[in-house]
Design a protein around this ligand. Structure first.
Ligand code: GP9
Ligand code: MN
Length: 617
């Protein structure tokens, strides 16, 4: 009977086999999926069938002459999806989601490296289409239409494959589909095409969540936030009361550059020194996702997690938020953001309005000349210098944010601004990165001097924070060279998500600096700063805690569900020791925190997708 099916449906059978081979080839050669067991390898091998079989099976229902056209077009579309994901992955080490397709205008980073991301494998992916076209031409008689019984059997087999894939995924990671924060895990388990279907369904569910939400949806969130609240330490509460806030977002700056040298020269001499006069958090993790800088702004302003897919700044710009800016306004704070890019980038103009930010100084407010700009616009030194001048005119006290740009991909800098040698490794990107970070550090030094000159230093609280990673996992080999390691493990990848977080209060932290090594993240910034300003956040809907509070449980969750405590690092389904980076024998040790991580992310998503803050005062 099998032989008959192949004989009658040769074109279909070839199409299925070719598509399966191509999908598996991309899994292995286009992505860098971490495979830890034979079961995972098996899942990867068979999961393409649970999508290809039912889809291509539609051909059986079509008239003979249409069947081939359908199979060829389906093959072409799936091939384009494979290639697009490979290119996107090459750059972002991530898979395409529906919202990022609508963020195309912000994908300019990728444009400059598409050539680099081109893979000769892409040409090979079209070879089967040529073969199939020739086969279609050669076969004089169109194949016989499938009998209803054959179709039934075919779809029974397809359903079997779907169930088998789902069952294996459940065995591999229970509740995967319910708590699917890790896209790589999903692609590994259910398959790439199936992930796209899953993503489409999730987006629809997220959109409808708003329509079905009501005041009661808030109860669980309120209870969680209340139980999780940590009281500020009396010795720190209000230390910066009434002061201006000067918050600088350090573009793409990761902590691994701090206190490191290239050819004997420090990469961040100014920050290394500044840390010694500040509160410095050396286990502070970035929690952004596809919205990059805008996600970091969102997290800081709201103490909520960003969206798993797309940028909140685009997808939730019509929602209501109770930001730190709004709370501080009740304490007479004026708020302003300075950023030398167009105001519409990341939809900032719209989002800043709904955040309650009083003034946005965008590129049009700055004097930009070819000599003072790089590919991303005004250089940091000029940007911060011009900003400091404008700062003086703001009503006080103010909360001001400055978003730097020079240390942005592709990390290029004019020769005269290059203050240290490039690093020497297999990644030209990492090699250049140290020079742009060095430049940024110099710009910060000048900024602080300028603030002193303008008389704005003494009465301020100055905060530096890295927004997200600059060097992705695609450069792990070079990163291992930089760190003097044999390889970068998943544990190391989590540790590389540490970004600088430095709070400097003149007259206070320079007298009594502290290094805080408890795990924390961007979500904790809002309560930490508010408490320093003497505003208690008790009762706020927030998922962060005051990092200076002794009552806090050290904990940071990354948006993909990985988490960090003072004892453990959990990532890619594995529990590591935080201290040694070794895989723990007792894998259950991470379980209680895993539940907390899932709960926190799910509740935060509930607030965000349901637009729940519209129900609270
Ligand atoms: C753009 C700047 C960089 O205005 O904030 O954004 P990013 O690409 O890092 O998200
Ligand atoms: Mn950024």
């Amino acid at each position: 009977m099998k032989g008959t099916f192949f004989h009658n449906q040769r074109f279909l059978c070839f199409s299925i086999v070719f598509m399966w081979i191509k999908t598996y080839a991309i899994y292995k050669l286009g992505f860098d999926l971490q495979i830890d067991s034979l079961l995972e390898e098996l899942m990867l091998l068979i999961n393409p069938f649970s999508f290809i079989l039912p889809l291509f099976g539609i051909g059986l229902l079509l008239k003979e002459n249409k069947q081939r056209a359908f199979l060829l077009i389906a093959n072409l579309v799936l091939t384009v999806i494979l290639i697009s994901n490979t290119i996107f992955y090459g750059f972002y080490i991530d898979f395409i989601t529906i919202p990022v397709l609508f963020q195309a205008s912000n994908m300019s980073d990728m444009g400059s490296s598409v050539k680099e991301l081109f893979n000769p494998l892409f040409i090979a992916l079209f070879a089967d289409l040529v073969f199939l076209l020739l086969l279609a031409r050669k076969e004089k008689h169109p194949q016989t239409k499938a009998a209803p019984r054959t179709i039934k059997r075919y779809y029974a087999a397809s359903c079997g494959m779907i169930l088998c894939t789902l069952a294996l995924a459940e065995v591999q990671q229970p509740k995967l589909l319910a708590h699917s924060f890790d896209r790589e895990m999903l692609v590994k388990s259910i398959g790439l095409f199936q992930f796209h279907i899953y993503d489409t369904i999730s987006q629809t569910v997220n959109i409808s969540a708003k329509a079905f939400a009501d005041e009661d949806s808030m109860t669980a969130v309120k209870n969680y936030a209340e139980a999780d609240y940590s009281k500020p330490d009396q010795s720190k509460f209000g230390l910066a009361k009434g002061r201006n806030v000067i918050f600088v977002t350090l573009e793409s700056t990761q902590s691994f550059v701090l206190n490191e040298k290239v050819n004997g020269k420090e990469i961040t001499p100014f920050m290394n020194d500044f840390i010694k006069k500040s509160y410095y958090f050396d286990h502070f993790y970035q929690q952004t996702e596809q919205g990059k800088t805008s996600d970091s702004e969102f997290i800081v302003a709201n103490s909520l997690y960003p969206s798993l897919s797309g940028a909140v700044f685009f997808t939730k710009s019509d929602h209501q938020f109770h930001t730190m800016y709004k709370s501080l306004k009740q304490h007479d704070y004026y708020s302003a953001v300075f950023h030398a890019n167009h105001k519409t980038f990341w939809n900032r103009d719209v989002m800043y309005d709904s955040f309650g930010i009083d003034r946005f100084f965008d590129v049009d407010d700055f004097h930009v000349t070819p000599g003072t700009s790089t590919s991303w616009g005004l250089k940091d030194k000029e940007f911060l210098e011009q900003s400091a001048g404008k700062l003086k005119s703001l009503p006080q006290p103010f909360y001001s944010s400055f978003i730097t740009l020079t240390n942005h991909f592709p990390f290029e800098i004019d020769e005269k601004d290059q203050l240290i040698d490039e690093f020497d490794s297999s990644s030209s990107l990492l090699n250049r990165y140290v020079t742009t970070v060095r430049y940024e550090d110099e710009a910060l030094k000048h900024f602080i001097k300028k603030l002193k000159d303008e008389g704005l230093y003494e009465n301020s609280m100055i905060v530096f924070m890295g927004d997200h990673y600059g060097i992705s996992e695609a450069h792990n080999e070079a990163m291992a060279e930089f760190l003097g390691k044999n390889e970068i493990t998943p544990y190391d990848n989590v540790q590389l998500q540490r970004v600088p977080f430095i709070i400097h209060i003149p007259g206070i932290t320079d007298q009594k600096p502290e290094i805080i090594s408890d795990a924390g993240g961007q979500v904790d910034v809002k309560p930490t700063l508010m408490h320093l300003l003497g505003v208690d956040t008790k009762g706020d809907i927030q998922f962060g805690n005051d990092l200076l509070s002794g009552g806090r449980t050290p904990f940071a969750v990354l948006r993909n569900g990985s988490f960090i405590t003072n004892d453990f690092v959990y990532t890619k389904n594995t529990c590591y020791s935080q201290k040694t980076g070794k895989v723990l024998e007792d894998q259950d040790a991470c379980l209680p925190y895993k539940e907390k991580a899932n709960e926190e992310l799910s509740l935060s998503d509930k607030v965000l997708n349901g637009d729940l803050l519209r129900f609270s005062e």
